[in-house]
Design a protein around this ligand. Structure first.
Ligand SMILES: [Zn+2]
Length: 330
């Protein structure tokens, strides 16, 4: 006789208590319930990933809660981080034939419940760190899977092109994290480039905030417009390029320009973004033409060179945002 688990709150009420459960939440939940994941081991037989908790303190990495191959812990932040890192490592391994962020299967260390009310997620050069959010504007940073893909991609970029985190190379560094973060999400949802919402960080803002997400790759500058947060400052093309010393030279604002180029190329090429434009962007990032100081025009040229039969679509995408491969970006 099987044990029947009686939940105090029935599922249909739980659904009502979570009106902001997104398709990504559902896909990740289905994945969690599907059991242990195939990518369990990193280099030298170590678990492919390990999730720690900081218990809302600041000591990193904190205590181990769950490693690859182990069942759900029951802690939402831990289990979201686990599902997200699995989906991200899968994209790199199965689509781009890359073993972890270093290409050699390095185990990924993640920490959740970092500090109290902490409003961010980051890669510190050795591990990924996620806050729980303040509970008013931001919820858990482990919730949107593209945030996790974004942060791990910073580690990939660091180990490949090493794009300097300032000015145009910094905006490219930021953009590549959004590009592959969005590819993780789109692949998880099985959405083509035409079907995808192209939002970054959907589900991170709590309901009081007037906004759809943190960024919108298809329509930079329109993701939010909120009395407290102000308006999404991203520019959709070079006419809105921001010259500033803030934010490492506007890396999070000017990244909207290459973000939109990727979106335009992905939609023009058609099919799945992670296979079409994603493969081209990955080849550019890891190829010989992109290095620490590469600017928008240099990166555009590298993507056109890597585009093969899709060179026209990629050239047109960059032209639309005001970046000419090999020419001046003005
Ligand atoms: Zn970033």
């Amino acid at each position: 006789m099987t044990t029947r688990v009686c939940h105090f709150i029935p599922p249909y009420l739980l659904e009502r208590l979570q009106p902001h459960l997104t398709d990504v939440d559902r896909a990740l939940r289905a994945r969690r319930e599907a059991g242990p994941h195939p990518v369990r081991q990193g280099a030298a037989g170590a678990p492919a990933w390990v999730v720690h908790t900081c218990h809302n303190g600041a000591d990193l990495p904190g205590d181990v809660v769950r490693s690859a191959g182990q069942p759900a812990s029951g802690d939402d932040a831990v289990d979201e981080a686990a599902a997200g890192i699995s989906a991200t490592l899968d994209l790199y391994r199965e689509v781009y034939d890359r073993a972890s962020f270093d290409g050699e299967g390095a185990p990924v260390s993640l920490s959740v419940h970092y500090e109290r009310g902490y409003d961010n997620a980051y890669w510190d050069g050795t591990q990924l760190v996620f806050g729980d959010g303040d509970g008013k504007v931001f919820g858990r940073f482990t919730k949107p899977v593209d945030v996790l893909g974004h942060e791990l991609t910073h580690a990939v970029t660091e180990r490949t092109a090493g794009l300097t985190y300032s000015g145009q190379s910094g905006a490219l560094n930021e953009s590549l994290s959004d590009v592959f973060g969005s590819c993780v999400k789109q692949r998880l949802l099985g959405q083509s480039a035409a079907q995808a919402d192209w939002l970054i960080g959907e589900g991170l803002f709590l309901p009081a905030v007037q906004g759809r997400a943190l960024r919108d790759m298809a329509h930079p500058g329109t993701a939010y417009d909120d009395p407290q947060l102000g308006k999404d400052p991203q520019a959709p093309d070079m006419s809105g390029y921001v010259d500033t010393t803030d934010d490492n030279g506007g890396v999070h604002t000017n990244s909207g320009i290459p973000n939109r180029a990727f979106y335009l190329a992905a939609v023009a090429i058609g099919g799945n973004a992670w296979e079409g434009a994603g493969r081209i962007w990955y080849d550019a990032l890891t190829g010989p033409d992109v290095s620490a100081g590469t600017d928008f025009a240099g990166f555009a040229a590298a993507t056109v060179a890597a585009a093969g039969a899709h060179a026209d679509e990629v050239t047109a995408a960059w032209k639309t945002v005001g970046v000419g491969p090999g020419g001046s970006a003005s």
